[in-house]
Ligand binder design. Structure first.
Ligand SMILES: Nc1nc2c(c(=O)[nH]1)N[C@H]1C(S)=C(S)[C@@H](COP(=O)(O)OP(=O)(O)OC[C@H]3O[C@@H](n4cnc5c(=O)[nH]c(N)nc54)[C@H](O)[C@@H]3O)O[C@H]1N2
Ligand SMILES: Nc1nc2c(c(=O)[nH]1)N[C@H]1C(S)=C(S)[C@@H](COP(=O)(O)OP(=O)(O)OC[C@H]3O[C@@H](n4cnc5c(=O)[nH]c(N)nc54)[C@H](O)[C@@H]3O)O[C@H]1N2
Ligand SMILES: [Mo]
Length: 731
């Protein structure tokens, strides 16, 4: 089947066969079947129901990314000779893909100032180096970053350690991801996560999919979208790019769909990058002006409607069409579909959050949902489609700069300790503090802070000023090569399905999963919890009010979480009962909202001004099908038909207007950086906009952030394109 006609399908099946060949069929089958939450996106597969099973119990649910992640973890261990042979300068020449496939990290590694190579050191020395650094500096001279793949137990322990050590400089990758969703939803509804369950989605008759590409990034959500269409419902896609898998997708676990493909989008609308507020305001305007609104619900359950409606009425069609790039006729079609639907779910991803107006985008979605009473009942609601498999859990257990007051109080009374009250710092603020030499060390639990950061040149410089950067990682990544401090430590850790004790994770539907762990595949790495407890014990010493040895046992950590984090009480008996659970009071099936007034709020949003000069384009930086964030598994992007990553995708009209040719090499420039030798490729993207691949394109992304969520505008970079001819003219 031509991959350009349909996403998923045979390509995914063939890939699975190839991967199985690589590590052995039986080993891979066993690994995929084990009772562990899936490691990739936050849809929440696996756990006690057994691998490859979703929250509705459907089997087999498998996607390429979960296989890739599994196969990468099943690699051989890196040998000592590797680091003797290859200098850091050599590691810097390797691509993210090459680094990932070097093998698993097995020994602690260290590089000091002037060292040309990482060298293996003993665990004892490694632990001593971290604790000496922390003991020799003030608490607010260190920050703690956590990615979203670690367990609840590890995340909780990391933030507990940081706070007992004395700092609130604790954050997670959500600041570069869905923070705008958390901030926007909390302000509007009093809760920052999904209001729906997986069942609600499939019983909806209209799904708005805004700014996301789940065909590649959340493939198992595609079954739900397919089911909505099969039941006679509709899917409206809002995306500047025509993502082929959102037009037609072959769900590999469904025979009919695999053979013939499934239509996904009923209507595909391509606004300008950043044009969503305008587009959604247009839909709201039509509904308000034709009175197609849930007047009763609005009167009883919401506030702020009048100001919102006033602003929407006052906004002109000219402004809406110019700002969104979408014609009134199309917006009218969308409004008609919305008005005709009974149960509507709104799902969104990074196309919404990666903007300086990310929170405004989220509030615009909530406004639209409230207009027709689509929040606070079954079969309808709001779904921020989360990224990392446990990013939501990491936030729930407190890996955030500013803990909620009641959690802070609980921690203090339960543990009989006093915790710092100084304001915490978000991720970008920590990076800026590093650059200004206000902090001296960083501890990173997973992730790749260098690779995920905007302005790669800045990230390299800022991390380079730190006295010590400590990474707890499973495999090598560009951060180890380019995100080094004056001294750098890499501590190898186990993946969740290798842990000797169970761990827990939380899905985007607020469902807490228990992962059994598994057998040691590889000798050397340590469990994350064990390691954090060891560092904490050694740093805080015998004066610490906490028995860190006891906390090396995961069940003791779960018990502590259950005592201090409201909603996670179910963790206490989880080991005994195996009973996974929904966190209470998050799914909103009743029109009562956990705000002070019990009501949900509308908030008028002004349309962001996004000016472009004639020779400029607006660039989004996105994922390909063959990567998971900064980890690139394959160079090609089969869905977008690209065989390489050093490309810029442009509308054919822009290629012509700018006097370019397909496959021509150009230089792409922004205010943050320059990327030479990038290949021009035509693509179905709204004219005036461009697409490049993250993480490479982070060279071009400036550090501008949304003031409310502190999230960088990864999807909105003003760039110009230079050809050799232009460069010669300039000379
Ligand atoms: N295979 C794979 N799966 C993943 C990941 C991965 O890297 N690889 N990463 C995980 C993580 S951490 C996350 S956060 C998610 C990310 O999942 P997505 O958000 O789907 O990922 P992105 O590639 O960032 O793509 C965003 C989509 O938004 C569109 N877009 C860009 N700008 C705009 C805009 O202004 N408006 C609108 N309406 N759309 C826009 C793009 O065209 C693109 O289709 O995926 C998770 N799952
Ligand atoms: N330009 C641009 N930049 C972006 C984005 C974008 O769309 N465009 N997206 C942003 C988003 S949404 C996100 S979430 C961030 C991602 O930012 P991060 O979460 O910081 O980065 P990842 O690439 O997911 O981290 C991968 C590394 O985690 C380690 N790892 C894997 N499994 C485990 C484990 O079980 N335990 C531990 N301790 N380590 C493990 C491996 O060493 C691997 O190399 O990037 C952001 N940056
Ligand atoms: Mo993310």
């Amino acid at each position: 089947m031509n991959p350009m006609k349909s996403g998923g399908g045979w390509a995914a099946v063939c890939y699975t066969l190839r991967m199985a060949q690589r590590v052995g069929w039986w080993r891979l089958w066993q690994a995929m079947r084990s009772k562990n939450a899936c490691k990739t996106c936050a849809l929440g597969m696996g756990g006690q129901a057994g691998g490859m099973r979703n929250e509705q119990g459907h089997w087999p649910e498998v996607c390429k990314k979960s296989l890739q992640a599994m196969v990468a973890d099943m690699q051989h261990g890196l040998r000592q000779e590797f680091f003797e042979r290859y200098a850091i300068a050599h590691l810097q020449t390797l691509s993210p893909r090459e680094l990932e496939w070097c093998g698993r990290l097995t020994e602690p590694l260290f590089a000091g100032p002037g060292d040309m190579h990482f060298r293996p050191i003993a665990w004892e020395e490694a632990l001593r180096r971290v604790s000496d650094q922390l003991r020799g500096t003030q608490p607010d001279e260190s920050f703690f970053y956590c990615s979203g793949r670690s367990s609840n137990e590890a995340g909780f322990l990391l933030q507990l350690f940081a706070r007992l050590y004395g700092t609130n400089y604790v954050n997670n990758c959500s600041f570069y991801c869905h923070q705008a969703s958390g901030v926007g939803l909390s302000a509007a509804l009093g809760t920052g996560t999904a209001t729906v369950t997986l069942d609600d989605i499939e019983t909806a008759d209209l799904f708005f999919l805004i700014g996301g590409n789940p065909a590649s990034n959340h493939p198992r959500l595609m079954r739900s979208l397919m089911n909505i269409r099969r039941n006679g419902g509709h899917v409206v896609v809002i995306n500047p790019v025509k993502e082929i898998g959102l037009v037609n997708f072959s769900v590999p676990s469904d025979v009919w769909s695999l053979l013939f493909g499934s239509k996904i989008a009923s209507l595909y609308v391509q606004p300008h990058i950043g044009g969503d507020v305008a587009l959604l305001t247009g839909i709201a305007k039509l509904l308000v002006e034709s009175d197609a609104i849930a007047a009763d619900f609005i009167a009883k359950c919401t506030d702020g409607f009048d100001a919102f409606a006033g602003q929407v009425r006052a906004t002109t069609w000219q402004e809406i069409e110019r700002n969104s790039g979408v014609e009134r006729a199309t917006i009218t079609r969308m409004a008609d579909m919305y008005a005709a639907a009974r149960n509507v779910v709104f799902g969104w991803t990074m196309g919404i959050t990666h903007h300086e107006h990310g929170v405004a985008n989220v509030r615009a979605i909530v406004n639209l949902a409230l207009l027709r009473g689509m929040v606070g009942r079954r079969h309808a609601g709001l779904l921020p489609i989360r990224g990392h498999s446990n990013v939501q859990g990491i936030g729930s257990v407190g890996v955030v700069p500013n803990l909620k007051q009641h959690i802070l109080d609980n921690l203090e009374t339960t543990l009989n300790v006093t915790l710092p009250r100084t304001p915490g710092l978000d991720t970008m603020a920590c990076m800026e503090a590093a650059d200004q030499e206000r902090v001296k060390s960083a501890i990173c639990l997973g992730g790749n802070l260098f690779g995920s950061n905007p302005d790669a040149g800045f990230a390299h410089r800022a991390l380079g000023k730190l006295e010590l950067v400590t990474y707890l990682s499973t495999t090598l990544n560009t951060g180890h090569a380019w995100g080094r401090g004056r001294q750098t430590l890499i501590l190898p850790v186990l993946a969740r399905d290798e842990e000797t004790q169970p761990t827990t994770q939380e899905s985007m539907f607020n469902f807490v999963r228990l992962s059994d762990g598994g057998q040691t595949r590889i000798h050397g790495p340590r469990g994350e919890v064990e390691l954090i407890a060891a560092i904490a014990g050694q740093t805080l010493g015998s004066a610490s009010p906490i028995d860190w040895e006891a906390l090396k046992r995961h069940c003791n950590v779960r018990d502590m979480i259950a005592r201090v984090i409201p909603g996670l009480e179910g963790l206490r008996d989880l080991d005994r009962t195996g009973k996974e659970f929904h966190i209470p009071n998050r799914i909103l099936h009743e029109p009562r909202f956990p705000t002070a007034s019990g009501k949900a709020s509308f908030a008028a949003q002004s349309m962001p001004e996004l000016p472009l000069d004639d020779d400029q384009l607006r660039l989004m930086t996105v994922r390909s099908e063959g990567q998971f964030n900064t980890v690139v598994y394959e160079e090609q992007d089969i869905y977008r038909g690209q065989d390489r990553r050093d490309v810029i995708l442009l509308n054919p009209a822009d290629i012509k207007r700018l006097g370019l040719q397909p496959d021509q090499r150009v230089t792409v420039r922004s205010c943050a950086g320059v990327m030479p030798s990038i290949m021009v490729r035509p693509y179905d993207i709204r004219a005036g906009n461009a697409l490049m691949y993250y993480p490479e394109a982070n060279v071009l992304v400036p550090r501008a952030i949304d003031p409310l969520s502190k999230t960088p505008a990864f999807k909105s970079v003003r760039v110009t394109i230079e050809t050799a001819a232009i460069a010669a003219q300039a000379r």
